[in-house]
Design a protein around this ligand. Structure first.
Ligand code: UTP
Length: 292
């Protein structure tokens, strides 16, 4: 069998972002900046760093600023050029050449599974990645690159996971899993439980917003019976996938922030600001002067 690599990444970005209202009433959550870069750009860069050449952004009504962000901007470029702001010009131009980016609309926010299904035609019959852009992972190499390395070994579906403490597991999809015989970061998955009660959780391994999926997932999403509100959940399709194929969990190395949530976003902002070349040192000094 020929060895497959991950060339395409799907980034679902059609949700309402209700946890971030009112900021997300007219602005996509995915365009909120961590210091000076929108969340979705971190996701695109992570996919590119993992070897993806094609990015498919699932978008929806009122979200066209994402398309403008990854496009050329002739007026802005001309203005920067006239003013001799060459570094900024280079920065602005580089965003439009990050990858080949396509957009597909999700007409209604009917859940993550439904959002992924919208990319079926553009993905075709090959394994692909899914990055949830509000899960920001600070890692070197990037989280998806780590998972792509594991995929080279398994050639099977891999779910990014992390160990969470105590009752927090009830906020996540949770893996029933066993250690892999040779790779300490991989786990063989036997079942998935969505948001279990803490006492019923089969493990403390939570699924995060990074996936490498085989294309069979599309037909399994199509076969799902819609849940509450007509939603199609990716976790349900993944559970069905277990009947046909191996599924692994991968404990990535790095720091994740739930930037779709106000507290997580604030933590990410502080940590990224402290690491930022231009503002980091001054921000650190300012923080030291503050009384908490
Ligand atoms: P979230 O559940 O974090 O996003 O989905 P949300 O629904 O926009 O946010 P809240 O819970 O209301 O605050 C993770 C990612 O999946 C996308 C979201 O845009 C987000 O990037 N998503 C979610 C879709 O594209 N379509 C959906 O139907 C649901």
């Amino acid at each position: 069998m020929t060895q497959q690599t991950i060339r395409k990444a799907v980034i679902p970005a059609a949700g309402f972002g209700t946890r971030f209202l009112p900021a997300t009433k007219a602005t996509p959550k995915e365009m909120l900046p961590l210091v000076d870069k929108p969340l979705i750009q971190y996701g695109v860069e992570e996919a590119v760093a993992a070897g993806c050449t094609d990015i498919i952004i699932v978008t929806g009504r009122g979200k066209t600023t994402m398309e403008d962000h990854f496009d050329r901007s002739p007026e802005l470029e001309a203005a920067l050029s006239t003013r001799g702001k060459d570094q900024l010009l280079e920065l602005v131009r580089s965003i439009a050449t990050l990858a080949h980016i396509s957009y597909v609309r999700q007409p209604e926010a009917l859940g993550l599974g439904h959002a992924v299904l919208m990319a079926k035609q553009l993905v075709g019959n090959e394994p692909f990645a899914v990055i949830l852009p509000d899960d920001i992972v600070d890692a070197q190499p990037g989280c998806l690159a780590q998972m792509a390395g594991a995929f080279a070994e398994t050639q099977a579906t891999i779910l990014g996971t992390e160990v969470v403490e105590g009752a927090a597991i009830s906020l996540y999809g949770c893996l029933d899993c066993a250690p892999h015989p040779t790779n300490p970061r991989l786990m063989s998955v036997s079942n998935l439980v969505e948001k279990p009660r803490p006492q019923e959780a089969p493990s403390q391994n939570a699924i995060i917003g990074r996936y490498i999926l085989t294309p069979r997932i599309f037909e399994l999403i199509e076969q799902l019976t819609p849940g509450a509100g007509g939603e199609l959940q990716l976790t349900d399709a993944l559970r069905a996938l277990l009947r046909y194929e191996k599924v692994y969990g991968y404990q990535y190395v790095g720091q994740r922030y739930d930037a779709g949530d106000k507290l997580g976003f604030l933590k990410a902002t502080v940590d990224f600001a402290l690491q930022h070349d231009a503002v980091g040192p001054a921000f650190r000094n300012w923080l030291r002067t503050q009384q908490f």
